[in-house]
Each structure stands twice: as C-alpha cells, then as structure tokens.
Design a protein around this ligand. Structure first.
Ligand SMILES: Nc1nc2c(ncn2[C@@H]2O[C@H](COP(=O)(O)OP(=O)(O)OP(=O)(O)O)[C@@H](O)[C@H]2O)c(=O)[nH]1
Ligand SMILES: [Mg+2]
Length: 662
C-alpha cells in the first residue's frame, strides 16, 4: 500500500448499537473499493473485520478492527467498532484517533442501545459525523420514520442528502437530494419534503443559499456541497445517507461522501505540530503472534529501523517493521506518515495510552476516560497447577483491555476479575481457555466482611502443657473493648511488677494479631478493637514465645466472643445514570437492595448500598432500563450487617468448621 500525505487520509470510526450493521457495511465498502473480491457475512463468520475466533463464535464484534482502503487517491482508515455496551472501551479508544464518525442506524429497529454514549463522546470531541440508515431492504424498514426518530434523539442537525427509491424488498436505489432534476415519480413527495429540509439547513450556514431560497431561485449543487461541508465543520449539519448491504446499495456513495465531507487527517487539531506526536490507542497480544501496538501518528513520521521516544515511559523504543492490518492480514508499509494509523509489532516498553514524541515536547493528545469496571467474578483454576498460567493469561488481557481488571485479594485468598458486564467476563474466560488452555471455576466474589465487637469483656487465656520433658506455659489476662469505626487495632501493655517478663510481650501481641486475621465468629478479619494485657503469669523453664502466642490467641478468641461480636459489611456509594423515565424504577430497585438514596436528579441517582446487594446489578440495571442505564461505585464505609445476614454467615462458617473444611 502506498504512502499518502495527511491531506489525503481520512480516519473514520464506524459506531452504532449492537447489530446495527457496521461490520456488514465495512465489508461492502472494502468490496466496492476493490480490497476484497467477495463479501463475507457476520453470520457466516467470514468478514474481514470479525476474524477473532470469539467473534466468529458469537457473531458479534468484540474488538475494534483496522480496515484501510484506498478510494479516489485517498486512504480511508476505517475502524469498525463493537456496538455491544460491554465492549464500549474499544469504541472509546477508536474515537480518540479519528476525525470523523459514521453512525450506523438499523432501518428496522432504529437507534437501539449503545450508540448514545458514543454519540455523546463524538459530540464532546467535535468529531465530524455522517449517519447511515442501513438494512433498508428488510421487512419493516422505514427511512422516514428512522430519520424522524434520529432527529429527535440525536439532533435537528441531521438532514438526509439521499433518499431511498423503493421500499423493503423492492428497495432498488438511492436518489441524491443535491440534484434538482430527474426525480422519479414514485418518490416525488419524499423528494420535496427532504429537499426542503436540506435547503433550509444549508441556508442556515450560507447566506447566498438563504437569499436564493427566499427568492425561490434554483440553488446550484456546488453551493449546497460547500454549505454541507461548512455545516459539518460547524456541527450544524449531519448528513444522513441510505444503504443496504444485502442489495449492495449505497457503498460507492458512502465512500464518496466520506472523502468529500469528512475532514482529512491534516485538519485534525493535533496535526499542527512540528516533530513526532503519536498515540498508542490499542494493544493486542496473541500467543505465537506477539504484541501489536496500534498507533495514530498525528504529526511527524516513523521509519523502520529507527528509535523513537516513548515519553509516557521515559524510554527509547526500537522500531522494527511498520505494518498496517486488514482485519488480521498484515500489509507492510514503507513508513508511518503524519495522519496515518499503523501497527508496530513487538515493542518492548509500550502500552495502550502511551505517547511517542520528541523528548522536549509537551504532550497534549486526546486521552480516553474508560468507565470503571462494574461486573465482577471470583475465579480459580480447575487444576491447581494452572494457577500461574491463569495469572499470566489474565495479566495479558489486562494489558490489552483497559476496561478489564484482575486483583488477587490476600484477605479472601481469591482472584477476582472485573469487567464491563457479564458478557465481557464470559468472553475473557473463554479466551483464557482457548489461548492459554486454562479452565476456571467461577463464583460470586466473596464480600470482604469484617468482625468487630460492641461490648467490653475480660478474661484469661492460658496455655499449659507440662507432661514429661520440656513443657509449655503461657498465661495472659486480657481486656477487650471497641474502637470507633476505622480505629483498626490498639494493643496496650499494662503488666506491672514483671507478672509476664518484657521479652514475652511481643509474642502476646503477635498471638492476638494472628487470631484477628482469621476471625473468630465467621472467619472474617477483626477490626476496630483495643486489647489490654493487664495480668498474667509465667514459668522459669517452660515459658516461651510460642506458649505466650498461643495463650494470647486463645484468650483473645474467648473474650471476643463475650464482648457482643458483630459482623460489618462494606457499603459503597453508587451513582446510577439513566433517562428520566427510568429514575423511578431505579430508586425503587435500590430500596429493595437496602439502599439509602442520597440524591435524585432528572437522570441520576446517588445512593449508599451494601456491596453484597450489588451482585448482578450490571445485568439487572441493563435489563430494566433497556440498556440505557449505567453506574459507577466507590467504597464508602463499613457498617453493621443486618441480623439475618450475620446469622447466615456465622452458621455457614461454623458448619464448615465442624465438617473440618477449615
Ligand atoms: N437484510 C440485511 N441484513 C443486514 C444488513 N446489514 C447487516 N445485516 C445483518 O444484520 C446482522 C448484524 O450485522 P453486523 O454487520 O454484524 O452488525 P454490527 O453493527 O457490526 O454488530 P456488532 O459489531 O455486534 O455491534 C447480521 O446478521 C447481518 O447480516 C442489510 O443491509 N440487510
Ligand atoms: Mg460488528
């Protein structure tokens, strides 16, 4: 593939809800541009974009694919993003490296779930937008209804510049609204309605058109084109196009419109620099293939066999080959020029989000704010021997995917994985099996409860074994009392007159700390207690650190149980976002989850909710808000769990203990 100047490169993300037709549209564009001779289908698992085995299996896109094509001496780097909300991170990364988006709307089911977030992000980043209404060959497809819905939800700037000729199975072509003659009889009404809408919109950005329009004069096509271009730049016009992949209609027109209406890479606000500025927006690691870094060059150039500076890591990086990908197929490039998107294999010190630039440059490239992961699962390998391989695999996924996190909790001795939703985690575990051969058992993550006391108690802990040989002797008197929440642990030594020699005191404290770690009533760590050692006795020969440690541990467990022990549960602050019509349902549901509402706005609810009540919340929220709801949460505090919860935890633990399971 030849090298193009930034003035002839367009970087474009295809965005849209799940199953709206993005991957199919991309396939048609590749076909029209002569990149492929035959079109694949998502359901046949043979599209260029969805090449990953998991994508083929599930028949949905899971990753953003790079699909470069050449059209009329321009290069278009298409980024086909997944529409499923669990994989929104992939789409958000793509938005950072493009100048324009093509939003794809299903001609039958409409905008759907998922486009919303991405559309808002595109607006925030001032990206140029084109909308395509596709699947117009299908039963129930309705161009006019979809345009009305989209204008209502996405903005009045949306204006068709094409209309369909024929409906559903009889959809047979597209009429260009810029033309003023040769209008087929069957679409006369639509033509007049939408042509007027278009002229009105262009008149708003161009006074000559306004005057012509007011004076009822014909408006020349070139003037409309110029006005549309200006309108897109100002965010005042968003052209709407028609397509059907099944009938192969609309592909050439879309390629033409992308080239004439979407900005080139030269017009990117980040292109006006001297020297190198490039952003790593995606990383993939595959066994046998190695690491691939997807890089957008905003300015400057990268050449093979040179060094570039990774300012995020403060390290030089050696460049080997420079390639581009067509789905999974590699194409070698002579260099990575300004404006282009390329792939750099096998970098040593580079991760997603890193920036390459000259050492003394200031770094100000777009940055993605990935949403915090909300779904979680505890995992353990089916075979113990796989523990290390599991950690390796999950670590690699974490490197590839900024919305996936893994954490080993030493308190519960569990590996917990976090993601954007249940499907996200399911895909991760399926890849772990495919790529690393590790199968895991999953469970809800164990909630990090704590134990504490509400009362005071005192008593003796004595350990004595004095039969034959050297014996063991330790004797402690302890008093226990509660500390305020967050107080942790306090140990006070009040021994006077050498009832216990000084050198055994640390062993006493250690014995208590160890007992606190494993818990007393339900196996959870003990917090917020003060223990005073106020008396004891020792034996000249038989006393030892070990004996005092055991004695103190026994004493602690005894007095703890007498001091009104309780279980604390973690409470988190949850912020839920959703359209106003769902806010009532959300507060009702949070109440059922023992939540306390702190604030309600038209599209946002903040509440304090016990963490234990939030398992499966991602899925539940999505289902009762029809996918429009999202939430984040952060730790708030610990508080006493309800009696029923406490009793259940205690019973489970005591039963396990009695069965010798602990
Ligand atoms: N009849 C008809 N079916 C289409 C058309 N475009 C796409 N489809 C079908 O719609 C389904 C979804 O299409 P995709 O292209 O995979 O949708 P997508 O937007 O890439 O989906 P995700 O990547 O999962 O978000 C597939 O079964 C396609 O064959 C079309 O123009 N006409
Ligand atoms: Mg897709």
């Amino acid at each position: 593939m030849k090298q193009y100047p930034a003035s002839n490169i367009h970087n474009v993300a295809l965005i849209g809800s799940n199953s709206s037709g993005k991957t199919s549209l991309a396939e048609m564009l590749l076909h029209k541009a002569g990149v492929i001779s035959r079109m694949g289908k998502t359901e046949d698992g043979n599209t260029i974009s969805d090449f990953d085995p998991e994508e083929i299996k599930r028949k949905i896109s899971l990753h953003t694919s790079l699909l470069p094509l050449e059209w009329k001496d321009h290069k278009i780097n298409l980024l086909d993003t997944p529409g499923y909300v669990d994989f929104v991170g992939e789409a958000l990364s793509a938005l950072c490296v493009v100048e324009g988006v093509v939003a794809v709307i299903d001609g039958v089911s409409g905008i759907g779930v998922g486009l919303d977030t991405l559309w808002q992000q595109a607006v925030k980043q001032n990206l140029a937008k084109i909308v395509v209404i596709t699947k117009l060959d299908k039963n129930q497809a309705n161009f006019t209804a979809r345009v009305e819905e989209a204008r209502k939800k996405l903005g009045k700037q949306l204006v068709p510049i094409q209309i369909p000729i024929g409906k559903e199975a009889n959809f047979k072509g597209i009429f260009n609204l810029l033309k003023s003659d040769g209008v087929p009889e069957e679409i006369k009404d639509d033509y007049e309605k939408f042509r007027e809408m278009l002229i009105e919109a262009t008149a708003e950005v161009d006074d000559t058109i306004l005057n012509d329009y007011l004076e009822n004069k014909p408006v020349p096509e070139e003037e409309i084109i110029a006005a549309i271009k200006k309108g897109i730049e100002l965010g005042k016009i968003i052209p709407v196009l028609c397509a059907s992949v099944a009938k192969e209609i609309g592909g050439e027109e879309l390629l033409n419109e992308m080239v004439s209406f979407l900005p080139t890479a030269l017009e990117s606000p980040f292109s006006q620099n001297q020297g190198l500025r490039a952003l790593v927006f995606k990383t993939t690691i595959e066994p046998h293939v190695g690491e691939l870094s997807f890089v957008r060059v905003f300015s400057g150039e990268i050449k093979p066999a040179t060094n570039i500076y990774n300012i995020s890591k403060g390290k030089e990086e050696r460049i080997g080959q420079i390639i581009t990908l067509l789905g999974k197929n590699r194409i070698e490039l002579p260099a990575a020029s300004a404006g282009d998107i390329v792939v750099l294999p096998k970098l040593k010190n580079t991760a997603t989000g890193d920036i390459f630039c000259d050492k003394n440059h200031e770094v100000n490239l777009p940055k993605v704010n990935y949403p915090e992961p909300v779904a979680s699962l505890s995992v353990k390998p089916k075979s113990k021997a796989d523990q290390e391989k599991m950690a390796l695999g999950l670590g690699a996924f974490m490197h590839e995917d900024p919305t996936f996190k893994m954490h080993y909790d030493p308190e519960t001795k569990e590996t917990v994985i976090y993601g954007m939703g249940d499907i996200h985690l399911e895909v991760i575990l399926s890849k772990l099996k495919e790529r690393y051969g590790v199968e895991v058992e999953t469970g809800a993550p164990r909630i990090p409860y704590k134990e504490t006391i509400k009362g005071k108690a005192k008593g003796q802990g004595k350990y004595k074994k004095q039969t034959g040989g050297r014996g063991q002797y330790g004797d402690t008197w302890l008093e226990i009392e509660p500390l305020p929440r967050g107080g942790g642990f306090e140990f006070v030594d009040k021994i006077v007159g050498g009832a216990i020699p000084k050198n055994y005191i640390p062993a006493v404290e250690k014995g208590i700390r160890e007992a606190m770690q494993v818990g007393v009533i339900a196996g959870y760590p003990v917090v917020d207690v003060k223990v005073t050692l106020y008396d004891g006795s020792y034996h000249e020969v038989d006393s030892s650190d070990l004996a005092f440690k055991i004695a103190a541990s026994m004493g602690f467990k005894k007095v703890f149980q007498e001091a009104h022990p309780v279980i604390l549960e973690p409470v988190v602050e949850v912020t839920v976002f959703a359209p106003p019509e769902y806010i009532g349902n959300i507060t009702g549901d949070l109440n059922k989850r023992r939540g306390r509402i702190s604030s309600i706005e038209t599209d946002k609810v903040v509440a304090l909710v016990p963490l234990a009540e939030l398992s499966k919340y991602a899925t539940d929220l999505r289902s009762f808000t029809h996918g429009t709801g999202s939430y984040t949460y952060k730790f708030s505090h610990y508080e006493e769990a309800p009696m029923a919860v406490q009793q259940k935890l205690i019973e489970t633990y005591q039963k396990l203990k009695a069965e010798g399971g602990l």
